[in-house]
Design a binder for this molecule. Sequence first.
Ligand code: FMN
Length: 324
Amino acid sequence: MTVEKIFERPIFLAPMAGVTDTAFRILVRELIDDDFSRKNLLMFSEMVSAAGIHFRNEKTLQMLQTVDDERPTAIQIFGSDPKLCAEAAAFVENLGTAAVIDFNAGCPAPKIVKNGEGSALMKNPPLLEEILSAVKKSVKNLPVSVKIRLGVDSEHINAVEVAKRAENAGVDFIAVHGRTREQFYSGVANWDEIARVKSAVKIPVIANGDVRDFDSLDKIFSVTKADGVMIGRAAQGNPWIINRLLKYFLTGEKLPPPNLDERAEVLKRHLEKIIRFKGEQVGVREMRAHAAWYTKGLIGGAELRNLFNRAETAEDFLKIIEAY
Ligand SMILES: Cc1cc2nc3c(=O)[nH]c(=O)nc-3n(C[C@H](O)[C@H](O)[C@H](O)COP(=O)(O)O)c2cc1C
């Protein structure tokens, strides 16, 4: 997929570990209501460990098993060793199923940062540039992208420098989450800093952070002048949002939010898909978190979530939905 084509449909589902697995990506795609967009919109995978790929870790390899219905998908890898990252990127490209190789330089989780991975790389721009150059060299045909934060903390905002180094390394486009590592997911995303990145590089920039509705979509585009926007938490329990925002971006039409019946129907489809890919035991356990998001704001939602948390089987889950 060319970069130009990717940015024809510039509303992207963000990579979210534990959320944007194959089941969820297919669901989001099925809810895209125009044919061309459904077939061409890029989505991002959960982050996948470069070391895990190197050691052929079974769980890691499972995460790379994408299916036709969810393509095109960018597979995101993380790591801190240029050689391992380059090898992992080539491995993923050779599987023939990814549309883009994305690199994670934004994850703030302590277990990742303490290994010098994810957002820890914002502290070491030369190493990040080295990794991105190595990845870019090892990938033959696919676009390579990187996802960054603004910096490690408010005293060390360096997204512009990092973005320039990424461009220098040959990266094809860049996504910027408008927070520092120190902020994790708190506070308000700083879109002005994303605007600074956009004006500093020639490669396309995707703005990310706090987009949840039509209004915030308009604002982030107007503040940042970015080429695309990425939606994370607002998609949790809300797979319709990508279709609604994409449609609005392309046509100006504001589709209404799903009604209760549609929510129940999609929750059931989500359950069916997650079980298809992960089996009933794991699938039902993982669905509890999704169900909590789907039921946010519903009358009797707390009670409903208690019931979901005790569900052990798909049948338990379906009974709770029907009873509600
Ligand atoms: C549960 C969760 C998991 C995430 N996992 C990843 C990940 O694997 N890779 C990544 O680059 N960002 C990850 N992120 C960050 C999101 O992609 C996004 O940058 C962030 O949530 C800000 O966007 P939002 O305000 O639209 O949620 C994760 C975020 C959340 C909430």
